[in-house]
Ligand binder design. Structure first.
Ligand SMILES: O=C(O)CCC(=O)C(=O)O
Length: 240
C-alpha cells in the first residue's frame, strides 16, 4: 500500500494530504510537454487568441484529456488511483480534469468547496492535484482549512468564511508531489506573485457508489478507461 498509517490518519484529521515525489521529474516533464502540445494546437487554431494578458493566453484548460486521449493515463495513473481509493474507501470514477497554468500574475481562487458545483450524492468528491512546478503562498499555492472536511456544503460559496475555532494552512509543493483533498474541505489558491508558472494537472473523482452527479459532470470513467453512467442530479447549483 502506498499510504502509511500516519498519512491516512493525517488525511482523516485534516481533509487533505501531500504525497511527495509520487511522480518522477521525467514524468512531470512529459505531462508538461503533452499538455503544452494541446495548448499550442489551441493557439494555432485560434481557440486561444494571442493576448498580452498572460492569464488569457494561458487559460485553465478544462477536460484537456478530451483533446488528447493519451492524457487520460495521468488521470488513471495506478499510483493516484490507489491513494484515492484508499482515502475514498472504495473504487473510484474520474469525472473532471483541469490543467492550470497559473502564470505570473495569475489570480487567486477564492475559498470554496468542490462538491458545491459537482453535487455528487451521496458522499463527496476527491481531488488529485499533481504539482508540476514549485508552489507556495507566493506562487499561487493551495491553502486548506483543516477541520472543514466534514462540513455541509454551504449554499452561498461567496460567503464562506473560516470558522472561528479553525485556521487556514498554506501548502508548499515540489514538482511531482500530489495533493489529495476531499470535496467538502474549504480551500482555494493564492495569486501568483512570483516570476514563474505554477502548473498543475488536477483530476476530480467520486466513489463508485455515487448515485447522482450534476449534469455538467456526466463524463464518468472508471479506472480501466470505460465510460460509466450515473443518474443526473436534476438540480445542479451551478449552470454553465
Ligand atoms: O489549482 C488551483 O489554483 C485551485 C484548484 C482548486 O481549488 C480547484 O480546482 O478546486
Amino acid at each position: 500500500m502506498l499510504l502509511s498509517t500516519e498519512q491516512l490518519q493525517f488525511y482523516k484529521e485534516n481533509g487533505y494530504l501531500v504525497v511527495q515525489n509520487l511522480f518522477s521529474k521525467d514524468e512531470v516533464k512529459q505531462i508538461i510537454e503533452d499538455c503544452s502540445q494541446v495548448w499550442s494546437e489551441m493557439v494555432c487554431s485560434n481557440e486561444i487568441p494571442q493576448s498580452s494578458s498572460l492569464d488569457k493566453f494561458f487559460p485553465t484548460i478544462t477536460g484537456i484529456h478530451k483533446r488528447d486521449a493519451n492524457l487520460t493515463k495521468y488521470m488513471l495513473d495506478p499510483r493516484v488511483i490507489e491513494v484515492i481509493e484508499t482515502i475514498a474507501g472504495e473504487e473510484v470514477l474520474a469525472f473532471l480534469q483541469n490543467y492550470y497554468f497559473k502564470p505570473p500574475g495569475g489570480k487567486t481562487i477564492p475559498m470554496h468547496q468542490d462538491n458545491w458545483e459537482t453535487c455528487a450524492e451521496p458522499g463527496t468528491t476527491f481531488a488529485a492535484w499533481i504539482s508540476l512546478d514549485h508552489s507556495n503562498a507566493n506562487s499561487g499555492g493551495l491553502f486548506f482549512v483543516p477541520g472543514t472536511q466534514d462540513s455541509p456544503i454551504a449554499d452561498n460559496q461567496s460567503e464562506l468564511t473560516i470558522p472561528p475555532n479553525l485556521q487556514s494552512v498554506d501548502v508548499s509543493t515540489n514538482p511531482g508531489d500530489v495533493v489529495f483533498f476531499n470535496g467538502n474541505i474549504y480551500h482555494g489558491s493564492y495569486s501568483n506573485t512570483s516570476n514563474h508558472f505554477r502548473r498543475t494537472f488536477l483530476t476530480h473523482y467520486v466513489g463508485k457508489s455515487v448515485e447522482k452527479i450534476a449534469i455538467n459532470h456526466h463524463g464518468l470513467i472508471d479506472k480501466y478507461g470505460n465510460k460509466v453512467r450515473r443518474k443526473y442530479n436534476l438540480s445542479p447549483r451551478y449552470h454553465y
